[in-house]
Ligand binder design. Structure first.
Ligand code: MN
Ligand code: MN
Length: 367
């Protein structure tokens, strides 16, 4: 459990004159309480009071897991045969008295859940929104969070090694995905941070394509975009490698993307804005005439989720600070021809940044 984050949340409740925070997004519960769970349709909630102790509310089958996760306050369970909202209402009234105001995650809370809570507390107000607070807190990572992001990045490097080794004539995208995830899971990784992406040849020209039965052939560029969850923190990295000698056009595109990626990574430091950083990479690609084929933002924040703030995008004047963590992932996608993306996530340091992944970015040729 992260007591400092919990304290910050409690102070925010006091400042906002709100009695209780109801947190139900599993990733947010992990962020504050340190307990990782995917409850599916069952109710999982963290209740944090401005002045009294917080508690976790979980399905009965998870109570022991939650207690042994390092969460030091009460864990209350409910059986599938019980009405969770009756138990929640009783617990809250007993612990916190009559509650007049709740803070909720407005971009995350299903209407049905909201109505259940509102019915249990008629007259309470729900105007305080936790979403901007959590987004703001997630902007700056602590050294221990950065360590976990580095560990997660290490496993992405391992995944690249597995994937590159498995490339041969005729192997399909799905077979490469399967090999990577199989080897990582054998090594103790429980979860990928998103579905592993392997795209070969023309398929790589779609930035978010779906790996299928396409087979790798000599002369293809093969794009790997992948990451794992490690101790609750995500990695996300992309490498594009050549199977047999790339032609001049593939080399040209690759080297432009590489130049853009390296230029942006070298430009990261406290004081530059997100928009300026996006422009560093975009200007490189545009200067070669391929600007229209770099059709997404430069990057996104990373932490307990794979996409969070800061967004590294034109128009975002946010000034980067030490402790911010995000991806730098320029790409060029020319439909029916070629797709190249190179991505590292980094943490901003006092005078630059450290990348979480270290697999070589020079063009790798596999034979
Ligand atoms: Mn990314
Ligand atoms: Mn990615």
């Amino acid at each position: 459990m992260d007591t400092e984050k919990m304290k910050e949340l409690q102070n925010w409740l006091i400042d906002n004159q709100t009695a209780v925070a109801y947190i139900s997004d599993p990733q947010h519960i992990a962020y504050f309480a340190g307990y990782e769970s995917e409850p599916h349709e069952r109710v999982l909630a963290l209740f944090v009071s401005a002045e009294a102790e917080p508690f976790l509310f979980t399905p009965a089958l998870e109570v022991e897991d939650a207690k042994s996760s390092g969460f030091t306050f009460d864990v209350i369970g409910y059986l599938d045969s019980q009405d969770p909202w009756k138990i929640i209402a009783n617990e809250l009234k007993q612990r916190y008295g009559s509650i007049e105001s709740f803070a909720i995650e407005k971009n995350q809370l299903p209407v049905e859940r909201f109505e259940s809570l509102a019915q249990a507390f008629p007259g309470a107000i729900f105007s305080a929104n936790l979403t901007p607070l959590i987004q703001k807190m997630q902007l700056l990572k602590t050294p221990s969070e950065i360590n976990r992001l580095l560990e997660a990045g290490h496993w992405a490097d391992v995944a690249f090694e597995v994937g590159f080794k498995a490339i041969h004539e005729g192997v399909t995208e799905q077979e490469l995905v399967a090999e990577i995830e199989y080897q990582l899971k054998r090594n103790g990784i429980q979860q990928m941070s998103f579905d592993t992406l392997v795209l070969t040849g023309k398929n790589a020209a779609s930035p978010h394509g779906n790996p299928g039965k396409s087979a790798v052939a000599a002369g293809d560029l093969v794009l790997f975009d992948l990451g794992v969850v490690w101790n609750g923190y995500c990695s996300d990295a992309t490498r594009t490698v050549a199977f047999h000698e790339p032609n001049d056009f593939q080399k040209e595109i690759y080297n432009i993307v590489l130049e853009a990626q390296l230029a942006a990574q070298a430009a990261v430091r406290p004081g530059i804005s997100a928009a300026e950083l996006d422009a560093v990479a975009r200007n490189v690609i545009s200067s070669y005439g391929y600007g229209e084929y770099f059709n997404h933002r430069l990057g996104h924040g990373i932490g307990t989720t794979v996409h969070e703030y800061p967004s590294i995008v034109a128009g975002n004047d946010l000034i980067l600070e030490e402790g911010m963590c995000f991806s730098i992932e320029p790409g060029i996608y020319i439909p029916e021809k070629v797709g190249v993306r190179i991505e590292d996530c980094v943490a901003v340091t006092k005078d630059g940044c450290i990348p979480f992944t270290t697999t070589s970015k020079e063009i790798t040729i596999i034979r």
